[in-house]
Design a protein around this ligand. Structure first.
Ligand code: 26Q
Length: 835
């Protein structure tokens, strides 16, 4: 591979990329690890739980990635073809070391090297903090996408923000959630490379004005701005054993020197430092996705900061290679917008092209609307981003001009097509009417993009026929579906090594890069010996999780029960409350002595509530209060356990999904865009109990209804039932349901908080409950009983479990990314032949 770069520019640059490949042997790993530990990190003794040996291993691993990373850059430049920029406010990467070694194939050699020091590789992995730069599904999807893009050798750069504080840590104190800051960079983050030479300047504030240039063209400037620097940090994203390494580029904010100087000269050193802080605040903290709490100015600053830095970076890179000729720029780029969060990239690209590169409006618009593509992740109308026009004017005046102009042209197009249709104009305008006008970011993204996709078939259909119907009428071919997936490298091969090697023994290792091959497991569904082995692996994984739960909560759930798991963000539409009602129902039966056919169950619920989401916090308190009483009641011994799993995150899911028997996917139909936890659990042999929502529909289709516990109203039934929804009569006519609510309303659950109890009871009983929890109670309880009966038939359950894994092939992000690439991106895989 050590051929010299063909990038010699004749400008005096000296290319140093001629060193020989580093060997991947236990000896070489041992010598590099000890070198970094002793001489780079300056430590002598390896102590438990300290991060230094972990860091030494990272440095030794990173060296081996680095040469492949450089070669990939060269190959991508040489190829000179299209590339994709994946713009996302979130990348929920989790831990990186295991993934890097798995990709490079250095695990055995490193394990042997560490063995000489008397250390376990597994123990070392645990010393890495999660890179928690995301809230949940959307952020983790971006991380799985990067893994698949690199494995498929597609030139895709992830652009994001290097938050100083990632997703908060959750502590449970007396049943209440307490948030603690995630100071994840404290011990140093050895994966990143600061690329100070690629710093960009980002404008805020000031005002815009027009002038006529030498050619008589009207041009615009944006002046008197407060500028902030964007400094990129690159993280390598290795493909699976293919010598290909992509880049995740995260921007960090810093104050400009001029900014400091100005105030310093004005006589105030402290003001200068204060404004420096204000600049650096932009990338200080990840915003949690509250149900309400939108319109925060700092959030808009973050969004613009990311969009502007990333677009400028792309344009600079283009200019270096092609000079001022932008003719082929659109042909060679796609900007995939991960929800509306980076949608400000639409007017920002317009601005950069027109104001900084002298392109005309029409020319700039042509480039913009052929390079931007938008992925929507929500159907909840209240979750669609809107920003006050007033805030835009204050923060980003030049962008507001451009948005208004885009809107004028949009409205003209609508009037052309539907003359006199004022209602359509009102519905579709980018700027809401009224005293407090707002910019609708989803509409801006739709107008500015050549592709708009949902993340599961049902979700995409509902976007087309519901939320975005009128835009779909205007531009029917823009709208498409790309069903989500997860990477099987992390979510099966790495997190469930026992199951992975058992699978590979039977069908080979091909599934690691071709998940459809799991279909070959169908052959073993009735193989008694295979089934026996399958159960043993699940049992071992349950032991591992039970230990972790004991560690975190002090409750021992053993391994004899059905592990019934719901892990995801706490949100009303996800209906953790419905789950809780079922637990109380089981408990009530046990208490009444009606427990013969109550199957022993450990119900595990995990997830974080946005700090400002009061109801979600009530739900956490409710779960913990019910758990405290149940777990202390001698009547429930060996029959029922309820666990709230604290501080659920990516690494927690890596322990949880291999151990799960029953996967709870119980959202109100039409509310969960896709779900991806459902896919991770299925892949690891969990059987789903779920509604016809999001990707559950496709999971059901893949695995068949005999191997899925379906319940609840459909989207259509929800819509029909809405008007006459009467939870009180549903409760009154169902003895079990009445008893459950009576028990919840009593003071039996001693640690219950009165306001949490009131909120929960009100929510279930309200005819206006948008989530219609009571409407699905009976159907849910019945489905749970079917699941229990089924679990008792050990052979039958094992078959279902195997069939779930065997049918999960479609839910690989390798498939998802192939779909994006065929329909939207149209990239050619890069050849790294020189290696
Ligand atoms: C918005 C404004 C201000 C601050 C924060 C936010 C914000 C942040 C994150 C809004 C939403 C999110 C995250 C949304 C999310 O994770 N959606 C999930 O995306 C998954 C991947 O497509 C789907 O599987 C889930 O169904 C969807 O809920």
């Amino acid at each position: 591979m050590s051929e010299p770069a063909d990038e010699t520019s004749g400008n005096g640059d000296i290319d140093l990329l001629q060193a020989p490949d580093l060997p991947i042997t236990a000896d070489a790993m041992f010598s590099d690890i000890t070198h970094y530990f002793l001489r780079t990190l300056g430590r002598r003794t390896v102590r438990p739980r300290e991060p230094f040996l972990y860091q030494a291993v990272v440095l030794a691993t990173r060296d081996r990635l680095m040469e492949r990373w450089n070669q990939t850059r060269i190959a991508v430049q040489r190829n000179n073809d299209r590339r994709v920029c994946y713009l996302s406010l979130e990348f929920l990467m989790g831990r990186l070391l295991r993934n890097a070694m798995q990709s490079l194939g250095t695990e055995d050699e490193t394990a042997e090297a560490l063995g000489r020091l008397g250390l376990e590789l597994e123990e070392l992995y645990e010393r890495e903090q999660d890179a928690g730069l995301g809230n949940g599904g959307l952020g983790r999807l971006a991380a799985c996408f990067l893994d698949s893009c690199a494995t498929l050798r597609l030139p895709v750069v992830g652009y994001g923000i290097r938050y100083h504080y990632g997703m908060f840590h959750q502590r449970i104190d007396n049943g209440f959630q307490v948030e603690e800051p995630d100071d994840w960079l404290r011990g140093g983050f050895p994966w990143e490379i600061k690329r100070i030479e690629l710093t960009q300047k980002i404008k805020f504030g000031g005002h815009s004005s027009a002038y006529t240039d030498a050619d008589g063209q009207i041009r615009h400037t944006w002046e008197a701005t407060h500028d902030v620097l964007a400094i990129p940090y690159d993280i390598p994203v290795p493909g699976y054993r293919n010598d290909f390494v992509n880049t995740l580029r995260l921007w960090s904010a810093a104050a400009t020197d001029e900014f400091d100087l100005e105030e310093f000269n004005a006589g105030s050193y402290t003001d200068a430092v204060a404004s420096k802080n204000a600049a650096e605040n932009i990338t200080m903290v990840l915003y949690p996705n509250a149900a309400t709490e939108t319109g925060q100015e700092l959030r808009l600053r973050q969004q613009y900061f990311l969009a502007s830095a990333s677009l400028q970076d792309t344009l600079r890179n283009w200019q270096e290679r092609h000079g001022d000729d932008l003719d082929l720029f659109a042909n060679r780029h796609c900007f995939q917008l991960n929800d509306t969060h980076p949608a400000i990239a639409v007017p920002e690209l317009m601005r950069l092209l027109m104001d900084e590169h002298g392109v005309s409006w029409d020319g700039a618009w042509e480039i913009t609307r052929t390079t931007m593509a938008y992925t929507n992740h929500t159907l909840l109308p209240e979750a669609l981003e809107q920003w006050p026009v007033e805030m835009f004017r204050r923060l980003l005046p030049r962008l507001l001009d451009i948005i208004f102009e885009i809107n004028n042209r949009l409205l003209a197009e609508i009037s052309d097509r539907w003359p006199g249709d004022a209602e359509r104009i009102r519905n579709m305008t980018l700027i809401t009417e009224g005293d407090y006008p707002m910019v609708r970011m989803a509409y801006l993204a739709i107008v500015g993009s050549y592709s708009v996709n949902g993340v599961a078939e049902l979700h995409s259909r509902l976007l087309r026929d519901g939320l975005f119907r009128e835009f779909a009428e205007l531009w029917p071919t823009k709208f498409n579906n790309k069903t989500n997936g997860v990477t099987q490298r992390r979510w099966l091969a790495a997190c469930n090594p026992k199951l992975a090697s058992m699978i590979s023994e039977r069908i080979g290792e091909g599934w690691v890069t071709d998940l459809d091959q799991l279909g070959k497991l169908r052959e073993y569904v009735h193989d008694a010996e295979f089934g026996e082995q399958w159960r043993k692996v699940k049992l071992a994984n349950k032991e591992r999780l039970a230990r972790e739960i004991l560690d975190r909560t002090g409750v021992n759930i053993g391994t004899g029960m059905l592990f019934d798991v719901q892990v995801k963000r706490i949100h009303e539409y996800k209906r953790q409350l419905l789950n809780l009602l079922h637990v109380v129902y089981l408990y009530d039966r046990i208490r009444r002595g009606d427990a013969e056919d109550v199957l022993p169950r450990a119900v595990v619920i995990g997830g974080k509530a946005a700090p400002g989401y009061v109801m979600a916090k009530h739900i956490i308190k409710g779960i913990n209060s019910v758990a405290a009483t149940i777990n202390a009641d001698p009547l429930t011994t060996d029959k029922l356990r309820l666990i709230f799993f604290p501080d659920y995150n990516v690494s927690a899911m890596e322990l949880i999904c291999p151990a799960t028997d029953l996967s709870e996917q119980i959202s109100t139909a039409g509310k969960e865009a896709s779900g991806t936890g459902n896919m991770k659990l299925m892949m690891n042999g969990a059987v789903t109990i779920g509604t016809l929502d999001g990707a559950n529909v496709e999971i059901l289709e893949a695995v068949g209804e005999d191997n899925f516990f379906l319940f609840g109203m459909t989207v259509e039934q929800i819509q029909q039932a809405r008007d006459e929804y009467d939870p009180r009569s549903l409760i009154a006519n169902d003895e079990d349901f009445s008893r459950v609510l009576a028990l919840l309303g009593s003071d039996h659950f001693e640690s219950m908080d009165p306001s949490a109890r009131d909120a929960i009871l009100y929510s279930v009983q309200s005819p206006d409950d948008p989530w219609m929890t009571a409407g699905d109670f009976r159907s849910f309880v019945d489905a749970q009983q079917r699941a229990s009966n089924c679990y008792r038939d050990v052979t039958r359950w094992t078959e279902m479990s195997i069939l779930n894994t065997a049918s999960s092939g479609r839910f690989s992000t390798d498939r998802t990314i192939r779909d994006y690439n065929e329909d939207i991106w149209r990239l050619t895989p890069i050849d790294i032949t020189s290696r």
